[in-house]
Each structure stands twice: as structure tokens, then as C-alpha cells.
Design a protein around this ligand. Structure first.
Ligand code: SAH
Length: 216
């Protein structure tokens, strides 16, 4: 993350053409996307495509999300600097790194131990120190760290797992791709006392959330 990073211009172009041009206007989010070295979160074989406008394979049948989708979901979370966040589905750790730049602290849960280990290594290499990667079934949340100001599910779920709603703080936001295995809708829940407001933000495609409150 220095001025001599040879990938910096690729990142600038990614933010301008894929993210800002499509309507993500939150300057804090754009700044975080300019800062995180995405090439460190993709396998060496596809590093030349790290800043391209699509998801990439990271091994174990999993993917790193498309940059625009990461930016849009981050923006929907409406993160404040003091926020304590929970992410479900670490993958290679890229989204968690973006969250880590914007929030005080992030807990990210990954069910595949080798993938969790990859996320830890990538986050350390990127110099991100406020993200803790936990191995487990994220559909159960992480009660030890609750309540969370924001919860982000980065895998497709048939419905929003109830433990995650329970672990949401007053005023907290939960963003998730909800739907079938093939197509989901991006949904945001916001907690206000005992009420939850629900908003939808269009179609997305994610790998499945596998677990007790996800796909079996
Ligand atoms: N956030 C990632 C994308 C993750 S892809 C990024 O920044 O690119 C979805 C991830 O969710 C996969 O790594 C998958 O193994 C994981 N996953 C699926 N079901 C899960 C569950 N129940 N708990 C935790 N992780 C899960």
C-alpha cells in the first residue's frame, strides 16, 4: 500500500470504470477500493486479471467476488469508522480487507479451513490487522462478538439465517444475497427496535452458503 505499487494505476482504472461509473458514489468506499491490493487476494495463475470486471477462482470451488459487487455491498452496509462488523464467507479475504479499512474491527467466518488459512495469510500480506478470521459455520453467526453494527453474507442463502438477525445491533444493517442456487437478490435489513426494514437492490449470483441455516 505504498505510492510505488505498480498495480496502483490498474486499481484507479478499476474504481473509475467499473465502480464509480456504475453509480457507487460513497467516497470512503471508493478510497478503500483504491487502497486494497486485490492482486494479493487472487492465485498467482490469474494475477494478471486481478483488477478485471469479474469474479475469479481461488481454489476449493470458491471465488473472489467481482470488484463492483464488493463495492456495492460495502456501500449498502453504510459503515461508520467505529463499527464492529461480521462477515460470513471469508473466501480469500478481499471483502474483509475492504471492510477492515472502513470499520474498527471485523470478524469473518469461513467454513473451509484451508480457505480460512489463505484469507489469514492474504490479509497479513496486505497489512490488514483488524480482521479476525474464524473457522466455522457462519450461518450460526459468532455470538461471542455480538452485537454487530453490520453483517455481510457473501454467499447465496435461501433465507436470512435467524441467528444473524439476532446478533444485529440496534440500527445495524445486514446485507445478503437471498434466493435460489442460481440467482439471488441483494437484500438489506435494518434493525430499528423490534422492527426490521427490508430493501432490495437487484440480482446477483454467489456460490452457496452451506450450513445449518443455509443450504444443507
Ligand atoms: N467474501 C469473499 C467471497 C467469498 S465466496 C471475497 O471477498 O471474495 C463465499 C465463501 O463462503 C466461500 O469461501 C465458502 O467456502 C464460504 N462459505 C459457504 N458457506 C459458509 C458458511 N456456512 N460459513 C462460513 N463460510 C461459508
Amino acid at each position: 500500500m505504498t505510492g510505488t505499487d505498480p498495480w496502483e494505476s490498474a486499481r484507479e482504472r478499476m474504481v473509475a470504470t467499473q465502480i464509480a461509473a456504475r453509480g457507487v458514489g460513497d467516497e470512503q468506499v471508493l478510497a478503500a477500493m483504491r487502497r486494497v491490493p486485490r492482486h494479493l487476494f487472487v492465485p498467482a495463475e490469474v494475477r494478471g486479471s486481478a483488477y478485471s470486471d469479474y469474479p475469479l477462482p481461488i481454489g476449493h470451488g470458491q471465488t473472489i467476488s467481482q470488484p463492483y459487487i464488493v463495492a456495492m455491498m460495502t456501500s449498502l452496509l453504510q459503515i461508520q469508522p467505529d463499527d464492529h462488523l461480521l462477515e460470513i464467507g471469508s473466501g480469500s479475504g478481499y471483502q474483509a480487507a475492504v471492510l477492515g479499512i472502513l470499520a474498527r474491527e471485523v470478524i469473518s467466518i469461513e467454513r473451509i479451513p484451508e480457505v480460512a488459512q489463505l484469507a489469514r495469510k492474504n490479509l497479513a500480506d496486505a497489512g490488514i490487522t483488524n480482521v479476525t478470521v474464524v473457522i466455522g459455520d457462519g450461518t450460526l453467526g459468532f455470538p461471542g462478538g455480538a452485537p454487530y453494527d453490520g453483517v455481510l453474507i457473501t454467499a447465496a442463502t435461501p433465507s436470512i439465517p435467524s441467528p444473524l438477525v439476532e446478533q444485529l445491533a440496534e440500527g445495524g444493517r445486514l446485507v445478503a444475497p437471498v434466493g435460489s442456487r442460481d440467482l439471488q437478490e441483494l437484500v438489506r435489513l435494518t434493525r430499528k427496535g423490534h422492527d426490521l426494514t427490508r430493501e432490495s437492490f437487484g440480482g446477483v449470483v454467489f456460490v452457496p452458503l452451506l450450513g445449518e441455516h443455509g443450504w444443507k
